[in-house]
Design a protein around this ligand. Structure first.
Ligand SMILES: NC(=O)c1ccc[n+]([C@@H]2O[C@H](COP(=O)([O-])OP(=O)(O)OC[C@H]3O[C@@H](n4cnc5c(N)ncnc54)[C@H](O)[C@@H]3O)[C@@H](O)[C@H]2O)c1
Length: 274
């Protein structure tokens, strides 16, 4: 038996993080798209990692439970890497809320029940959640603490209160950060830690869909005018995730880390100001 990593979302970010921390462990790769999962497993296996795919839809609690059951057959779950998600140009408001918001909430809850003592997790949120004005203490608490099965019935998440897919995505990512805070308290009962990473533009198939989507010029302008002057790479996200998942991050839990080349700083106080 080995320590097991659950990776959800076998895209560039999830795979880069898994490769950074997955040596000597079993990596169980859950993705809704089996082709993506098998491709990631092949790349990792060819590079000496022990990885296996399990078709998983994080918007289904049953599917998450099945993934966890499969993972537990190989040993104790010591890490969760959640990098599954859909972007505003890829999906409807309903799908974004179901996958990015509800799915993440259920996954953090279910993984928290089985995480090994001293384990750690990261979930990928987004700079988008940092662009929205504050929602107020009461709404924040609802997003953080409402039981996952009731989340999508909150007034703020009702279809008539959501402008478009970008708004849905921003709400989902804001919710992810709040859930991480509330989950960190529960994970802490097992001396386990959970954190959120909010990337800016990172070149991946999801981001390339955005460059070619209706907001393409907006995104290209964003990375051209951010202090870093370029988009990020999945490996730079893995640099941060490695710290958070390692013992060097032992005092970090319930936190969110913006890693966006300064785009959000420029959005508020620089040339990206709307
Ligand atoms: N790339 C960026 O610029 C960027 C910026 C900020 C945040 N993010 C976030 O990072 C995460 C990973 O994105 P990425 O850029 O690596 O994208 P990606 O498209 O490379 O990977 C996402 C993966 O998630 C899978 N997926 C989609 N819906 C799923 C579901 N219901 N259940 C299981 N798997 C599902 C997809 O099949 C895909 O393999 C997402 O949450 C995204 O919102 C990305």
């Amino acid at each position: 038996m080995k320590d097991v990593i659950i990776l959800t979302g076998s895209g560039q970010i999830g795979t880069a993080i898994s490769r950074r921390v997955g040596y000597g462990k079993k990596i169980i790769v859950g993705d809704k798209n089996p082709e993506n999962a098998f491709a990631a497993v092949k790349i990792m296996t060819d590079a000496g990692f022990d990885a296996e795919a399990v078709e998983t839809d994080i918007s289904s609690k049953q599917s998450i439970k099945n993934l966890i059951n499969e993972a537990q057959k190989h040993g104790e779950i010591s890490m969760l890497i959640n990098a599954a998600g859909v972007s505003p140009s890829q999906a409807s408001v309903e799908t974004i809320l179901k996958v990015d918001l509800y799915g993440t909430a259920v996954l953090l809850e279910e993984a928290g029940k089985v995480i090994k003592k001293g384990g750690a997790g990261v979930t990928i949120s987004s700079q988008s959640g940092h662009r929205m004005p504050t929602l107020g203490a009461e709404t924040d608490e609802l997003l953080a603490c409402t039981p996952a099965e009731e989340l999508l019935y909150l007034d703020i998440l009702k279809r008539e209160n959501i402008k478009d897919t970008l708004h849905a995505y921003q709400l989902a990512k804001r919710c992810n950060v709040k859930r991480v805070m509330a989950e960190a308290v529960k994970w802490g009962e097992k001396q386990a830690r959970i954190n959120s990473i909010s990337p800016g533009i990172v070149v991946t198939p999801l981001a390339i869909d955005e460059f070619n989507g209706p907001r393409g010029d907006f995104y290209k302008n964003m990375f051209a005018k951010c202090p870093a002057g370029r988009p990020g790479t999945a490996d730079e996200i893995a640099n941060l995730a490695e710290l958070l998942l390692s013992d060097r991050g032992a005092f970090i839990t319930g936190a969110d880390f913006l890693i966006d080349g300064g785009a959000t700083a420029s959005y508020f106080y620089g040339p990206l100001r709307p």
